[in-house]
Design a protein around this ligand. Structure first.
Ligand code: DC
Length: 218
């Protein structure tokens, strides 16, 4: 019997992480947050003051870092032994991740790390190319999106709730810039797999999105 995979792809801020975690928990499946792999690499590169577009150098860093995932409720990422979890969610980390993720050789080097997450009883994989490149064989695929304005709004509220100063116009600009980079890159661009279920969550509650995804599995 093959390991069941649910691939959830979509642009940043569409709620993939929250939905994927909730669905994985409900099903008792493993969870792959593929963005955190690119984010971890970005943190490592930034620490070394590396040029984020220098492919050979970034590949070198990707091959040298040791990442550990403790997949309980909370994701913990250690980079060469140091706990870097708190730096993962920063906007600056996400933007840098999008830059290193556009390098084809970097994606090739990180491919197997992601495939290794496919274990019994099943996997919920969240990212940009889960259903198209990493797990094209997945029997369940979702493309989860929302308008850029709605995604920026949600992000803005999250930051304000955390007591972090935020600027809505700047967030919209960054989201549009990231969408453009993730969709226009040559290798594994963000695109909907033709066998994916399209969900626009702009006017949906989180609970109804989770329900719709769970219905797909049932
Ligand atoms: O999902 P996220 O915001 O954590 O992802 C951060 C960046 O990493 C995203 O802008 C593009 C890149 N990424 C990718 O290229 N492929 C993936 N499967 C996941 C993330």
């Amino acid at each position: 019997m093959s390991v069941p995979v649910l691939a959830i792809d979509g642009p940043s801020g569409a709620g993939k992480g929250t939905v994927s975690r909730a669905v994985a928990k409900k099903l008792g499946w493993h969870y792959l947050d593929s963005g955190s792999i690119y984010r971890s690499l970005a943190i490592a590169a930034l620490k070394k003051h590396a040029d984020l577009e220098n492919e050979a150098l970034i590949v070198d860093i990707a091959q040298s870092i040791a990442l550990e995932f403790d997949c309980n409720d909370e994701l913990v990422v250690r980079l060469d032994g140091e706990d870097i979890t708190s730096q993962l969610a920063l906007e600056s980390t996400g933007n840098a991740a999008s830059i290193v993720a556009a390098l084809p050789e970097v994606r090739r080097v990180l491919l197997q790390k992601q495939k290794d997450f496919k274990r019994f009883p099943g996997l919920v994989a969240d990212g940009r190319d889960m259903g198209t490149v990493v797990f094209p064989e997945a029997e369940n695929k979702v493309f989860l999106t929302a308008s850029a304005a709605e995604r920026a709004n949600r992000r803005y509220k999250q930051l304000i709730e955390k007591g972090i100063d935020a600027n809505l116009v700047q967030i919209i600009n960054e989201i549009e810039e990231r969408d453009r980079r993730d969709m226009e890159r040559q290798t594994a661009p963000l695109t909907m797999a033709n066998d994916a279920l399209y969900i626009d969550s702009s006017d949906m509650t989180l609970a109804s999105v989770i329900e719709e995804v769970l219905n797909l599995i049932r």
